[in-house]
Design a protein around this ligand. Sequence first.
Ligand code: NAG
Length: 357
Amino acid sequence: MKGEHILMFHGLIFVGLIHVTIFVVGAEPQVPCYFIFGDSLVDSGNNNALTTAAKANYKPYGIDFPQGVTGRFTNGKTVADIIGQLLGFPKFIPPYATATDQEISTGVNYGSGSAGIREESGSHLGDRINMDRQLLNHEKTISRLSALQNNKTFTDEYLKKCIYLSNIGSNDYINNYLIPSIYPSSKTYTVDQYATVLVQEYSQQLKTIYNLGARKIAVFGLGQIGCTPAEITRFGTSGKPCVEWINDAVKLFNDKLKSLVTELNSNYLDAKFTFINLASISAPQGDVPLPNTPCCQVGEDGQCVRDSNPCLVRALTVFYDGFHPSEISNTLIATRSYISVIPSDTFPYDISHLARL
Ligand SMILES: *[C@@H]1O[C@H](CO)[C@@H](O)[C@H](O)[C@H]1NC(C)=O
């Protein structure tokens, strides 16, 4: 795939030249397996059977996805899907909810819309598989895999070679800290204290992934939540392109998360953690302001209205609904996570390096 895309990113025109070659047909994936943890940015259908408002298994979600509606919260592929293709996987990694024994050896996707690092995040929307539950699900997967492979040494060596991607934390803001009428966290903690407790809890969770055999772990920082159409509508921007105080809060989290990655790399010398810097990857370039308009018609909850007609030129839209990037934005994010364009995109490795280490 060789492509040149013009992106409008976070309210500013972004001219990105993306030259990527994806070899898929007949090639072996660069790693044998790929496990995905996270929220709606990576969910590929785990919420479909849950009792929750955080679902995307209806049109117009999936309008550009080969299998149509799947529960993905975008028009096409997620960042996790595209990274999987760049790693050479011929199929998308199956959601935990439906993954069969035949499928689990190449990996499982545990992502769940509205899920957070914290247990309570997203609870007002209904059920969700928060990070601690995703880790329990991963333990169950490993038990299944161990039984199938029937050789502990082999399974341990196998799990070390996999790529593990974790993209979580947005709902600890969007569906927790930023809703003081439901969640007390903003009364309990200052933004700086909250970022600290979140990163502490996330640290335990990343150590659990390590303890479950992972040695190549890509940790995504948070995107600029203050630039999402839904938060702009809710809070206003006082004339700025984005809600600045939300972006400032997210930056505190991202900075602490990046430090955590450094710490984990020095404490676990047999593992490689890397920080994917979404703030760098999606930094606006150019200076032509453009409204952050969602592609689909959104309801009060920021999700696409069921069966509504989305915009036609989806290759030129940053956001698909009030919160979630469109496939074209996901392509930009995934390609720069995989091969960094500027040094600040990934730290210390991009995912193509992580795969080869
Ligand atoms: C188990 O796996 C290891 C590592 O691949 C291999 O060396 C060993 O021969 C295997 N054991 C059996 C009983 O197949």
